[in-house]
Design a protein around this ligand. Sequence first.
Ligand code: GMT
Length: 375
Amino acid sequence: MLKIGIVCYPSVGGSGIVATELGKMLAKKGHEIHFITSSVPFRLDSFYPNIYFHEVEMNHYPVFQYPPYDFTLANKIAEVIESEKLDIIHAHYAIPHAICAILAKQIAKHPVKIVTTLHGTDITVLGIDLSLKKIIEFGIQQSDAVTAVSESLVNQTQEMLDIQKEIQVIYNFVIEDEYSKPFHNSFRERYNINAEEKIIVHISNFRKVKRVEDVVVSFQKILNKTPARLLLVGDGPEYSRMKALTKELGINEKVHFLGKQKDIPMILADADLLLLLSEKESFGLVLLEAMIAGVPCIATEVGGIPEVIEHNETGFIVPLGDTDATAEYAYQLLSNTSTWKQFSEAANQSVYRKFASEKIGSQYEALYERVLGET
Ligand code: GMT
């Protein structure tokens, strides 16, 4: 059994969710897992045997213009490598986590291997920023193994960065059982949504890249065809603008802003359709969450999304910005119960087939074993 340190962002977001769920799954299999983060990962919401949490504490000395978080993190990783005799550090994100892990590996007086997982924003956004490009390349080159969450992200990384490293695709996953608990129509009751009204959901961090505006505009077009409500889940920079937009469009009574929510399976249990109309998305973990819950998705033809959704089989793929096509496909799905059931079932089955948590967990284990076998 291995001793694995996981370095990730602890807050809400796909990379933190994947890192935490992977840690929980590996701990269940008997590995010893050490999370090294600035606060308890939000999915680590209970006591789990074999899981330990090491907090990166920041001291604020007035002499530093900017608190040196990255050094503090590297120092903590080095401390944990030595005290716990870690075999592997699994860093989620090249910047800053892989860099901190590489530094820690050099500091620590105990050998360790570094596995880095690229999640997207580190490459597609930061990779084109010349002020960080070289250090991202260094993080990838110096890791013992690198994975990316989609084929598209591997291609983009190789196109944008000067690297020779092999990057293995290991897809994201969800813990299937969490989405099959019995739920009751809680949202329908709470918001007085009648049986004819379809529930459409969008879940994101409301960054500009998520194009929430396209979701709202598509919803307005859907409303012209069929009665529906839109649940907007999450919070972020675009939140207030979206509130104003729904008022401006006169659809604010049909749109419910739920803010950040923890219980995504419960929300999805009431949903008929999920929209993800982003302009960049290396994978789109929320699509898997919806699909496993039997909620068909309409999403844009960007990044790794076409690897997750099979167009016209498990959901629909639309060109970026095409709100007419989104509304048209939504109507096709929502107006025909047997079509909806067929897509719902196909979406659910494809998660078990292509993204099974057991299979993904084993791929990471095999990778850890492989790097440990290399000298
Ligand atoms: O999309 C974000 O803004 C959050 C970011 C994260 O750190 O969680 O998401 C990235 O990683 C997820 C997990 O691998 C992927 O599902 C998202 O597609 C990816 N986001 C982007 O590529 C924009």
